[in-house]
Design a protein around this ligand. Structure first.
Ligand SMILES: Cc1cc2nc3c(=O)[nH]c(=O)nc-3n(C[C@H](O)[C@H](O)[C@H](O)COP(=O)(O)O)c2cc1C
Length: 183
């Protein structure tokens, strides 16, 4: 059945974007409109509505951190997408621990197993959202989420997805290995 044009592209990762104001006061925002956009140099994008408190911080500083939560953090992730940092200190409210980043001013969230420090390269006004295209300038991975070869083991991160229809889903089962169709 043909339907009217809509953003029916699911599942999407859900991440926590940290930003900071000029005094270093940090904020956390939940973002699902995000994705990898380039391998060399490593780059990603986040799409943010100008009405978000984080938008002003991001636009002014040009820096943010993408923190990948695990399923254990579902409640905090939902919460950070429901309240605004203009009124609430979300670090205090969630109990998340801010840790200084190595290359940017916004902090990492210690409890998140993967943290990607980002510098904005371009901001593109699209309509409801602005797309921030950013270079990943530093990465942090919790030791327990690395395999024997030192590579990220997603199963140990236990990430989850946003599936439209206002629901969160786990990402559990491996279905195949990259390139298996050629063997
Ligand atoms: C699962 C989920 C995904 C979200 N994704 C986005 C997004 O990609 N872009 C956006 O502008 N807002 C998104 N939001 C809404 C913001 O997270 C929400 O408005 C938040 O309160 C903004 O925080 P701030 O005002 O402190 O920046 C999402 C919310 C949830 C719960």
């Amino acid at each position: 059945m043909e339907k009217k044009p809509a953003t029916l592209l699911y599942p999407l990762p859900v991440v926590l974007v940290t930003t900071a104001d000029a005094d270093g006061r940090p904020n956390i925002m939940t973002v699902a409109w995000t994705g990898v956009v380039c391998s060399e140099p490593p780059m990603l994008s986040v799409s943010i509505r100008p009405s978000r408190y984080s938008y002003g911080l991001l636009k002014a500083s040009g820096e943010f951190v993408v923190n990948v939560p695990s399923a254990d953090h579902l409640r905090q992730v939902d919460y950070c997408g429901m309240v605004t940092g203009a009124q609430v200190d979300k670090f205090a409210a969630t109990g998340f621990t801010p840790v200084p980043a190595s290359r940017v001013r916004p902090p990492l969230i210690a409890e998140c197993p993967v943290n990607l420090e980002c510098e904005v390269q371009q901001r593109i006004e699209l309509g409801s959202h602005d797309l921030f295209v950013a270079r990943i300038v530093a990465c942090h991975v919790e030791d327990s989420c690395l395999n024997e070869k030192g590579r990220l083991d997603v199963a140990r991160v236990r990430p989850f997805a946003y599936n439209g229809a206002l629901s969160y889903w786990s990402v559990k089962e491996e279905l195949g290995r990259y390139g298996f169709s050629q063997k």
